[in-house]
Design a protein around this ligand. Sequence first.
Ligand code: ASP
Ligand code: MG
Length: 436
Amino acid sequence: MQQQHALRVYKFGGASVKDAAAIRNLMEIVREQRRQGPLLVVVSAMGKTTNALEEIFRLAYAGQAYAQPLTTLEAFHRTTARELAAGFGPHTEAAIQEAFDGAFQDLAARLAGVSAQREYDEQYDQIVSFGELLASQLIACALNDEQPTRWLDCRPLLRTDACWREARLDWLATEAQLRTAVPKLLREVNVLVTQGFVGGTAGGATTTLGREGSDYTAAIFAYCLQAGSVTIWKDVAGLLNADPKFFADTVRYPEISYQETIEMAYYGASVIHPKTIKPLAVRQIPLFVKSFLDPTAAGTRIGEGRHALLAPAFIRKSGQCLISFESKDLTFISEENLQVIFGALAQVRLKINMMQNSAISFSVCTDLVAHRLEKLLALLREQFTIHYNTGLELYTIRNYDPASIRRLTAGREVLLEQRSRQTLQVVCRGGSEFVQ
Ligand code: ASP
Ligand code: MG
């Protein structure tokens, strides 16, 4: 690229675009930065829009009425647009409402076409992706009122396979497409606004990259365009050692390595999507996590390098399910048995967060996805006796020490525990037990 300054990628999540005030704050952050060169803004759906779309889709698929939640969702977007556009010229408000007219018509038509005869996950992607389309159109129009800004539809550019709801990127095709399309646009405008979370197949169908996948989108753009940095704007002060919603006395890591961040994200630290780090590490692109409530504060810099021992990080995953498989004939859990179990888990797409085995039993802790668990039971209940508990919590401590273990396990009933040199994991009880 011919720019004087390297491209920067900013990612704004759902909380940072949740209403008109939040979007005004985003605009302020972008305004402050605009002299520093070209900017690519990746946005998530507003607030809880993705959850709302999931529910609307679920109803449509079940053949139930969804008009009411759809009307609520549309009203929420239209009202936010009006509130936001109050200070703008009439063209901006008209541009937003026109974009919304098209998008909501399209959404309604697609919902009307949802059919229980066709695959759930494929149709899910066509509907649930609308949250990012709407938010990015709104924000592009709003920013364009202040400075030339373009809306970029990333679906034809981020090429993926058809692994619906968890699409895998075709890096070569995506890189080639982005490197053709984006620099051209950045010669005309300084700011581009695009969608997180979504991509598209070669055949033109929309795909999604997995819930909370917008961080990953920012990393994909940064990698392919060799950006100078990525900044994820959050409602917390940076990368903290625990989620302040569940733990008191959190500390911020001012700097942390890619490696350590990958580990934390992998275990479920919700601040960054786990797939985000690798592409950035490969091209040595620093990742900043900053607070949109306090944009000039230091935040966290994630980059290359090793550091001294970090404060223990506490990571909580709720909604867990502990499944234990016992061979019915008291034979040992062997490689052959494990192969069957792993094969079935992969087939139903349940991911293992932790596992352990004894002589005749093998236990896995997974996120509970009810319809996937049902399929798993159907596949394996003939061969194994299966016990499972739901409503559990999985806690991980990275860089644990005796004090952090005491703090975590005090007053909790531990069902399963495992430790390696740096990581301790415990599954704790909450829900009820079932036997199949
Ligand atoms: N809107 C999507 C979700 O809520 C993607 C994201 O927020 O990163 O999962
Ligand atoms: Mg979101």
